[in-house]
Design a protein around this ligand. Structure first.
Ligand code: GAL
Length: 432
C-alpha cells in the first residue's frame, strides 16, 4: 500500500513538473499562439465538477468538453465528476471542498434553493450580471430560469439545460401486449398496474438505493394532489404538512409502492431503468436523463421501444430541474472559467449537450431540429405548462429540508408507516 502511495506522489509530482514546463494545452512551444501574455489564463486549467459519470450521465458533458477544447485548445479541462445520481456523493465532496476554500473552477448546481439558499447565501459565489450583459444572455433564457439562478437581484449561474421530473417512461411492447392504455389519472394508473401485475410484469420500476428516486415519485404525487400553486406553497411554508392533502398523497404513495420491484433498495436509477428496457417492468418515473440513457446507452428508440407520458394528474404541469454552473469565489483563473461558461451558455454548447442528455436547452433560441420527438414535445410542454421546482433535485427547498425528507421517505419505503412519515414531514418543515 505504501508503495502505491509513493507511486501516486511521484506521479503527481511528475505531472506538476510537466505542467510547469509546457503550456497548459500540452502543445509544443512552436505551435502555440497562445496566451503567454494573458495573465488570467496563467493557471490555464478549468476543473469541472459534476456527478455526470458513466452510463446515462456523461455523454452530454463529454460533448460539451470536446466543443470547448476545439474552441480553446490552450485551456486545459479537468473533468472532476464524482459518481452517484442526483449528486448523492458529489454534493458531500463539494461541501468539504467549499468549506476548505478549495472550490472547483465551476460546479454543477441546481437552480433554486440549492444555489441561492446554499452557495450564494454562504457568500461563496461571484455574481455574473456583467457576464450576462457582455454575452447578451439576458433575453436568451426564460425569465423563470433567470429567477431560479438569481438572488437579491443578482445572477449567479448559467443554466445548461432543463430536465423534466414528472415523466413516466414505459415499455411500448409491454403496454401493447397487455392492452394497456396510457393512464392519465391515478385510478387509471392503479387499474393498469393491477392488470400488469396479474400478467406477471412489475408495473413500476424503482431503484432507490440512493434514496432520491423514491422522493421524486412522492413529489410528483404531491404535485398531482395539491396542484402547482399549493405544491409551491407547501415548500414555501405557507401550507402545513398537516394539511389533509399531504396525508392523501402519502396514502397514494403507499399504494403505488405495492407495484414496485421487490429489489428496489439494491438498484440505482440506471439499474431500475433497465427493468423497463428489458420488459421485466412496464414503467418508471424518472427525470428525462433516463431518455438519454435509453437512447445512447441502451440503444432504444424514442416512440418505438419506449414511450412517455406525464405522471398521472400532473398533465399541464412541468417539474423543472435545471443544471447550472457558476463561478465560485477565489478561483485562480476566472477568465478561463468564464470562457467555459460562455460555451456552456451558447446555442452551440446547449445543442451539443442536451440531445445526448435527454434534457431540453435552457436557451430559448436553440436549434429544435437537433432534438427528437421527445425533446420537441418537452420544449412545447415547457412553454405551455405551469412550472414547478423539484424538491428531490434541490430547487424547491433547502438542502437541510431535503436531507430530512429523503431520510423520512427512505424509512417509509421500508416500514410503510403512514402516520410516522407524515409526522416526520411535519418535523422536517422546521428546516424550511
Ligand atoms: C439530477 C440532475 C440530472 C441527472 C440526475 C441523475 O439531479 O439534475 O442532470 O444527472 O440528477 O443523476
Amino acid at each position: 500500500m505504501k508503495k502505491a502511495y509513493g507511486f501516486i506522489l511521484f506521479l503527481a509530482l511528475a505531472l506538476v513538473l510537466a505542467a510547469c514546463s509546457s503550456d497548459s494545452s500540452g502543445k509544443s512551444d512552436g505551435d502555440s499562439e497562445s496566451k503567454s501574455g494573458d495573465s488570467d489564463s496563467a493557471g490555464g486549467k478549468v476543473e469541472i465538477f459534476s456527478w455526470w459519470t458513466g452510463a446515462g450521465e456523461e455523454d452530454g458533458l463529454l460533448a460539451l468538453i470536446d466543443l470547448f477544447k476545439e474552441k480553446h485548445p490552450d485551456i486545459e479541462i479537468e473533468n472532476a465528476a464524482v459518481a452517484g445520481g442526483a449528486g448523492t456523493n458529489a454534493k458531500a465532496v463539494l461541501a468539504t471542498r467549499m468549506q476548505g476554500d478549495d472550490p472547483p473552477s465551476t460546479f454543477q448546481v441546481h437552480g433554486g434553493a440549492e444555489l441561492n439558499e446554499g452557495w450564494v447565501a454562504a457568500g461563496k459565489m461571484e455574481p455574473l450580471d456583467d457576464f450576462y450583459e457582455e454575452n447578451e444572455l439576458m433575453d436568451k433564457f426564460p425569465e423563470e430560469l433567470i429567477d431560479l439562478v438569481s438572488k437579491d437581484g443578482k445572477i449567479y449561474s448559467v443554466p445548461v439545460n432543463i430536465h423534466r421530473g414528472n415523466v413516466l417512461f414505459y415499455n411500448m411492447k409491454v403496454f401493447e401486449e397487455n392492452g394497456i392504455e396510457v393512464p392519465t389519472t391515478f385510478d387509471e394508473f392503479l387499474a393498469a398496474a393491477d392488470k400488469l401485475q396479474a400478467a406477471g410484469i412489475t408495473p413500476l420500476a424503482l431503484g432507490d438505493k440512493e434514496g432520491w428516486p423514491a422522493t421524486q415519485v412522492f413529489e410528483n404525487i404531491l404535485l398531482g394532489v395539491l396542484g402547482p400553486d399549493d405544491y409551491k406553497k407547501l415548500f414555501a411554508g405557507e401550507i402545513g404538512f398537516d394539511d389533509k392533502r399531504v396525508k392523501e398523497a402519502v396514502d397514494k404513495f403507499d399504494k403505488i409502492l405495492d407495484y414496485a420491484n421487490e429489489d428496489h433498495a439494491s438498484r440505482n436509477w440506471q439499474d431500475s431503468a433497465q427493468l423497463v428496457a428489458n420488459g421485466e417492468a412496464a414503467m418508471i418515473n424518472m427525470g428525462d436523463w433516463a431518455k438519454g440513457y435509453f437512447n445512447n446507452d441502451l440503444d432504444l428508440e424514442t416512440n418505438k421501444d419506449f414511450g412517455y407520458f406525464a405522471f398521472p394528474e400532473t398533465d399541464g404541469d412541468f417539474m423543472v430541474i435545471t443544471d447550472t454552473f457558476g463561478l465560485p469565489k477565489g478561483v485562480e483563473n476566472p477568465d478561463d472559467v468564464k470562457e467555459f461558461l460562455k460555451v456552456l451558455g451558447s446555442v452551440e454548447g446547449q445543442d451539443a449537450f442536451n440531445p445526448l442528455k435527454g434534457s431540453i436547452p435552457a436557451r430559448v433560441d436553440a436549434d429544435k431540429s437537433k432534438y427528437d420527438e421527445y425533446g420537441k414535445d418537452a420544449m412545447e410542454d415547457f412553454n405551455n405548462s405551469r412550472l414547478v421546482p423539484s424538491l428531490a433535485h434541490g430547487s424547491a427547498a433547502s438542502e437541510g429540508f431535503l436531507t430530512k425528507v429523503n431520510q423520512a421517505v427512505n424509512i417509509f419505503v421500508t416500514q410503510r408507516d403512514a402516520d410516522n412519515f407524515t409526522q416526520a414531514l411535519q418535523n422536517a418543515a422546521s428546516e424550511l
